[in-house]
Write a protein that binds this ligand. Structure first.
Ligand code: ADP
Ligand code: MG
Length: 729
C-alpha cells in the first residue's frame, strides 16, 4: 500500500495524472490531513457508513500485476504499462517551463519520467540508485521513451506485485485513491454480509451472492474475465445492478404507498359545470382526450392525491383536458390552480379558459409577478376568500401571501420547466386548506385524523409536451401515473419541414412575402445566443428592422423576453387578430402560443437549438387547416450532432419519436436534467442496456412488498441509507 498525500485527485479527468498525485510519496514530515477532513470528504460522496463504502465500487481497474522491461513497454501502443528501474538521473529543467525530469533504467533500457508539477521533497526522493516502480503511458519523445506524470512509488528489490487488478474509485476533491482503498478495505472487514435475498430467490433469479460479488469487484482475482469486469457484464456487476434497481423499484413503490396513505379531498362531482363546458366547446374531444380525461376523473374521485403526468405532443389539446379537470374540482366545491412557466403562456391559458368558463359562472383569477401591487392584492383576496374558483398564473402562485381556502387540484403546465421544489411548493399551498370543514365537501378533513398521516394535499396534474419515454418516466420519477394523448385533433395538416442553408435567406424572405400575401401568418424565430442575452436581444431587433425593410408592404411585429408583459400582449394580440403578418420572436414563443392561422415558421440558426426546443417551436404552426411549413435555416459548417438533430426534425413530427432520438443523442442524464432525475439513484445500472434487469427487479419488488416487509426494509437500508428523501418528488 503506497503512502499517500491527500492532493486533489480527479481520476475521471486524467487517470494517470490524477493517480500519480494520489500515490505520490509525501514529504517525510508531511502531516496527514486531520481525519475529520477525510471523513467529511467521504460524507460529501455520500459515504457515511461502512456499507456505503463497501458499495462504493470501482469505476475502472488498473493492471499493476506485471512489470515489463522498459524496452518492451514502449510498444504497448497507448496502453499504460508498468516498469521498474533504478534512478540514474534527476534534474530540474526549464524548457519550456519548469519541470522535473527523472531518468530510470532497467536491464533493457532507460526511460524519462517528466513532472510538470512537483514538490521539493520529490526531488530528494529520486536519489540516484533508488528503485522506482512507475506506471503510465509510454510515449516516444525527443529524448526517447518517456512517461508524463506517471504513477510511481519507491520500492525495494523484489517487493511483491499485487496479484489482482487495482481498483480505481470515483473520488471527490481531495480524496486520494489510497485513502479510499484503505477505508474501503477496512469497511470490507466490518460489514454485515448477510444477503438481503434468500438463496432460493437468488437461485430463481440466477444471481450470485452479495458478498462474493462485492468482494470480487473490489479485489478481482488474477484469473477474472477482465473484459466482463471492465464492461460491467460480469455476474458480480449484474448482482450489483440488480440490487440497485430493486432498491429503486422498492423505493418508488413505497413512495406510491405513502402518497396513497395521505389524504386528499375527493373531487367526485362531474356536474353542471363540466357538462355545460363540454356542451359549449366548439369541438368534440378526440378519443385520446376522452381516454385521458376518464383516467383523470377516476383519480380525482379518490381521497388520496392524484399525481399524474399528462403527456401529449404539442397541439394535441392538453389545455382543454386540464380545464375539464378544473371543472370537476369546481363542481365538487373546491378551487383549482393552474401554473405555467411564462407570462405569455399563462396569459394565453387565462384568456382561453376564461373565455370558455366565465360565461358559465366560473370566477377566474389571474396572478403573475408583473401585476401592480393593488391588482395582486385583489387577486390574493379573491383567492383567499374562495371567491376565485380557478387561479391561473406563473410562479407568482407559489409566492408568499397567496393563500387558498380550499385548493383541491393543482395543474402545472410544461412541468419540466419547473424544479421539483417549485412544484412541491404549489402542492403545499393546499396543505393548510383552512376551509375544508366549512366547505363540507369530501373527506378532506380525514387528513387531520390521527393515524392517517398528517395532512391532506391537493391532487396534482402535470402536463408536458416533452414526452419522456415510458421506461424513463417509470424509473426516474418517483411515483407518477402517466396519461398520454397520442392523437392530434382532426383537420390538422402535417407540417413540412425543410432544412435550408442560411445563405438562401433572400429566397426565404420571398417565401414569407408570398405566404403573407396569401393571407397566412409567419413566425420568424431569431437565433439562440446562449452566451449573451443582450446579444440575442440585439439580433432580434436587427432582424426585425431588416425584415421590416425587406417587406415594406407587410406588418412585421417583434416580441422578445425583455419586453414588459403588457407590451408583449399588445403584439401578441395584434398577431392573433392577424393585424401583424410576420412575428419576429425570440424563444419566448417556444411554449404554448396558439395562433392557428400562422402556418409558416422560419427558424434562424436552427443548428443552435436543442431537439425538443425545435419541436416545441415548430409546434406553433400546423394548428389550423392550412398546410404548414417550417424552414430550418442553418449556417455551415454544422457539427455532427446538430446535423443529426436537423435530420430528425426533417424526418418526423412525432414528438415521441423525437424524444426517443433526443435520448439517443444525449443520454438520459442530460435529457431529464439532474434535478429531475432523483439524484444519483442509479450508479451502476444503465436503463437502456439493463432493461431486462429492470423488468426482473420490478417484478420482485412487487412480490416483496406484498409478502416480505423485512426483506424490503433490509434491502432499502443497505442500498439507500439516507438517500430516500431525494425521491419524494
Ligand atoms: P397543447 O397540447 O400543445 O397544449 P392546446 O391545448 O393548446 O395544445 O391545443 C391546441 C389547439 O387545438 C387549441 O387551439 C385547442 O383549442 C385546439 N383543440 C384542442 N382539442 C381539440 C379538439 N378535440 N378538436 C379540435 N381542436 C382542438
Ligand atoms: Mg399547452
Amino acid at each position: 500500500m503506497p503512502d499517500s498525500k491527500p492532493t486533489p485527485a480527479a481520476p475521471e479527468k486524467s487517470p494517470d495524472q490524477a493517480k500519480a498525485k494520489a500515490d505520490e510519496k509525501p514529504k517525510a514530515k508531511a502531516k496527514p490531513k486531520p481525519k475529520a477532513t477525510n471523513e467529511s470528504k467521504l460524507a460529501k460522496l455520500g459515504l457515511r457508513s461502512d456499507m456505503d463504502l463497501v458499495l462504493h465500487l470501482p469505476m475502472r481497474y488498473e493492471d499493476e500485476t506485471q512489470i515489463r522491461p522498459i524496452s518492451d513497454a514502449g510498444f504497448m501502443g497507448g496502453n499504460a504499462a508498468q516498469v521498474e528501474g533504478l534512478v540514474t538521473d534527476c534534474d530540474i529543467q526549464y524548457r519550456p517551463r519548469r519541470q522535473l525530469v527523472v531518468t530510470i533504467a532497467d536491464d533493457s533500457g532507460s526511460l524519462v519520467m517528466r513532472f510538470l508539477n512537483f514538490y521539493g521533497s520529490q526531488v530528494k526522493q529520486f536519489a540516484v540508485g533508488v528503485r522506482i516502480r512507475a506506471r503510465g503511458e509510454i510515449r516516444h519523445g525527443f529524448f526517447g521513451a518517456e512517461m508524463v506524470h506517471p504513477t510511481y512509488k519507491v520500492v525495494e528489490e523484489g517487493d511483491p506485485l499485487p496479484d489482482s487488478l487495482t481498483p480505481v474509485y470515483p473520488a471527490g476533491e481531495g480524496l486520494s485513491q489510497s485513502y479510499l482503498r484503505k477505508a474501503i478495505s477496512n469497511a470490507l472487514k466490518r460489514v454485515d454480509w448477510r444477503d438481503t435475498l434468500s438463496p432460493a430467490l437468488l437461485d430463481s433469479l440466477q444471481l450470485q451472492g452479495f458478498e462474493p460479488s462485492v468482494k470480487l469487484l473490489h479485489n478481482p482475482p488474477p484469473d477474472v474475465d477482465e473484459h466482463a469486469l471492465m464492461e460491467r457484464t460480469h455476474p458480480a456487476w449484474t448482482r450489483m445492478k440488480f440490487d440497485e434497481l430493486l432498491a429503486q423499484q422498492l423505493s418508488l413503490k413505497r413512495a406510491q404507498q405513502a402518497r396513497r396513505a395521505k389524504g386528499a379531498a375527493a373531487l367526485p362531482v362531474v356536474g353542471t359545470l363540466s357538462e355545460a363546458f363540454l356542451k359549449a366547446l366548439p369541438f368534440q374531444l378526440t378519443d385520446a382526450q376522452q381516454r385521458v380525461l376518464a383516467e383523470i376523473r377516476a383519480d380525482l374521485r379518490e381521497s388520496f392525491p392524484m399525481q399524474r403526468l399528462l403527456q401529449g405532443d404539442v397541439g394535441s389539446g392538453k389545455t382543454v383536458v386540464a380545464a375539464l379537470a378544473a371543472a370537476q374540482a369546481i363542481d365538487s366545491g373546491f378551487q383549482a390552480a393552474l401554473m405555467a412557466p411564462t407570462e405569455i403562456l399563462a396569459e394565453q391559458h387565462f384568456r382561453k379558459i376564461a373565455q370558455w368558463m366565465e360565461p358559465l359562472g366560473v370566477r377566474v383569477a389571474w396572478l403573475t409577478g408583473s401585476l401592480k401591487k393593488k391588482e395582486k392584492e385583489a387577486a390574493q383576496a379573491m383567492i383567499g376568500s374562495g371567491e376565485a374558483h380557478l387561479v391561473i398564473g406563473t410562479h407568482a402562485l407559489i409566492q408568499e401571501g397567496v393563500e387558498f381556502t380550499r385548493l383541491g387540484l393543482v395543474i402545472v403546465d410544461e412541468q419540466h420547466r419547473f424544479g421539483v421544489g417549485q412544484r412541491l411548493a404549489l402542492r403545499n399551498k393546499g396543505l393548510d386548506a383552512k376551509g375544508l370543514d366549512a366547505a363540507g365537501v369530501g373527506p378532506g378533513n380525514a387528513g387531520r385524523n390521527a393515524g392517517q398521516g398528517d395532512q391532506t394535499v391537493p391532487h396534482q396534474l402535470m402536463m408536458s409536451a416533452t414526452p419522456i419515454p415510458r421506461t424513463l418516466a417509470m424509473t426516474y420519477y418517483a411515483d407518477l401515473e402517466v396519461s398520454v394523448i397520442d392523437q392530434l385533433p382532426p383537420g390538422r395538416t402535417p407540417i413540412v419541414t425543410r432544412v435550408i442553408d442560411q445563405n438562401r435567406r433572400e429566397e426565404v424572405i420571398e417565401r414569407v412575402h408570398a405566404a403573407a400575401l396569401e393571407g397566412r401568418q409567419v413566425y420568424w424565430v431569431c437565433p439562440l445566443i446562449e452566451e449573451s442575452e443582450a446579444l440575442q436581444l440585439q439580433t432580434a431587433t436587427d432582424t426585425h428592422a431588416a425584415l421590416s425593410a425587406a417587406l415594406p408592404d407587410l406588418r412585421v411585429g417583434l416580441v422578445h423576453g425583455r419586453m414588459k408583459p403588457a407590451e408583449k400582449q399588445v403584439v401578441m394580440d395584434a398577431f392573433t387578430r392577424a393585424e401583424v403578418h410576420v412575428l419576429v420572436a425570440t424563444t419566448v414563443i417556444e411554449v404554448g402560443v396558439d395562433v392557428p392561422n400562422a402556418s409558416l415558421m422560419v427558424i434562424e440558426h436552427a443548428e443552435r437549438f436543442g431537439l425538443s426546443q425545435l419541436h416545441q417551436l415548430r409546434g406553433r404552426v400546423g394548428r389550423g387547416s392550412a398546410a404548414s411549413i417550417c424552414l430550418l435555416l442553418y449556417q455551415s459548417p454544422v457539427g455532427q450532432v446538430a446535423k443529426q438533430r436537423l435530420m430528425t426534425m426533417r424526418e418526423t413530427t412525432d414528438g415521441f419519436e423525437i424524444a426517443r432520438r433526443d435520448l439517443e443523442i444525449r443520454g438520459p442524464g442530460e435529457f431529464l436534467g439532474a434535478r429531475q432525475s432523483g439524484e444519483a439513484m442509479l450508479r451502476f445500472a444503465d436503463l437502456e442496456r439493463d432493461q431486462w434487469l429492470v423488468d426482473k427487479a420490478r417484478g420482485l419488488a412487487q412480490m416483496l412488498l406484498q409478502n416480505d416487509p423485512a426483506t424490503v426494509e433490509a434491502h432499502l437500508a443497505r442500498w439507500l441509507g439516507g438517500r430516500e428523501e431525494f425521491l419524494k418528488v
